[in-house]
Ligand binder design. Structure first.
Ligand SMILES: [Zn+2]
Length: 291
């Protein structure tokens, strides 16, 4: 059992800040991959050291395809984060996953257009991490338990389809994903999960359902699809903030998972042929394996 480091919180749509952080500091972080979405907000929350980042920036000005996922995750690592709680809005692809329910997904399927950078490797260094189980099981269970205690309708496990966006699905796409047995749909989490794993950080998601994508008959009623989605989004943000606050004291007890060793034996490249600049840029991530 490893004692706890800092907890990162990435807030999605509607979740641009978290109230109650003590000794607040805003920190601008430079990374070899460019600028993160925003300044990081650090401080103490419920007895834990936290680092908060608004995924789309505070004024929601960055598209899912435009987010610099590498910079966001690298910045978290640089600030000493060991575990990341991601909070995201999503659509439901199943009748029993209702708006306002929260899913802690266990799997992802990639439906992006491969335009976004989802790895720290390349440019002379090759690594292949295990990604069969793409989220931290320990952090996921803690989030689920905290959600139940907060009175939310929680679902542990399920598959998150990561679409490109920014447009929502067509009905044909939505029905296709349902026929594949997918559970929820969103635009951002897969890249974060991949990069967090490469950087040996725990990652888990509170995927908060705002609507039934477009396959559902109710969704065809316009009043349901616009006003209600926004109302649901705001309600979800309130509940997810409660869950985050209530899980933090639990996480101070430490973690019991293998995320922090994810890169061990995964770097294939012979160390002496890795370019010096790559070694320097990635030292934070590969330094314990490559000298
Ligand atoms: Zn973990």
């Amino acid at each position: 059992m490893h004692l706890s480091g800092k907890i990162g919180i990435i807030g999605g749509s509607g979740f641009y800040n978290i109230e109650g952080i003590k000794s607040v500091k805003e920190i601008k972080v430079k990374t070899p991959f460019g600028d993160p979405s925003s300044e990081y907000v650090t401080g103490m929350l419920e007895g834990a050291e936290v680092v908060f980042l608004a995924r789309h920036d505070k004024g929601h000005r960055i598209l899912p395809s435009e987010i610099n996922y590498r910079a966001n995750i690298y910045g978290m690592k640089k600030l000493g984060v060991e575990r990341i709680i991601s909070v995201s809005a999503c659509g439901s692809l199943k009748e029993d996953l209702k708006p306002l329910d929260i899913v802690v997904p266990s799997q992802f399927v990639d439906r992006t257009n491969s335009g976004r950078d989802m790895t720290f490797f390349g440019n002379g260094i090759v690594a292949h991490i295990q990604f069969a189980d793409p989220v931290c099981p320990h952090l996921s269970k803690e989030l689920y338990d905290a959600g139940i205690k907060a009175g939310a309708s929680m679902h542990l496990g399920g598959t998150y389809v990561n679409m490109e966006g920014p447009q929502f699905s067509t009905k044909a796409e939505s029905r296709l994903y349902r026929s594949w047995g997918m559970d929820i749909i969103g635009m951002t989490n897969l890249a974060e999960a991949k990069l967090a794993r490469e950087a040996e950080m725990c990652y888990a998601t509170l995927a908060c359902i705002t609507d039934y994508d477009c396959w559902h008959m109710d969704q065809a009623v316009e009043s349901v699809s616009v006003e209600m989605i926004i109302q649901n989004l705001l309600k979800n943000v309130d509940v997810s903030k409660k869950i985050v606050k209530s899980v933090l004291p639990k996480l101070s007890k430490g973690k019991d998972c293998s995320c922090e060793h994810a890169l061990k034996d995964s770097i294939i490249t012979r160390p002496d042929v890795i370019p010096a600049k790559v070694k320097k840029d990635l030292e934070l991530i590969i330094g314990k394996y490559i000298k």
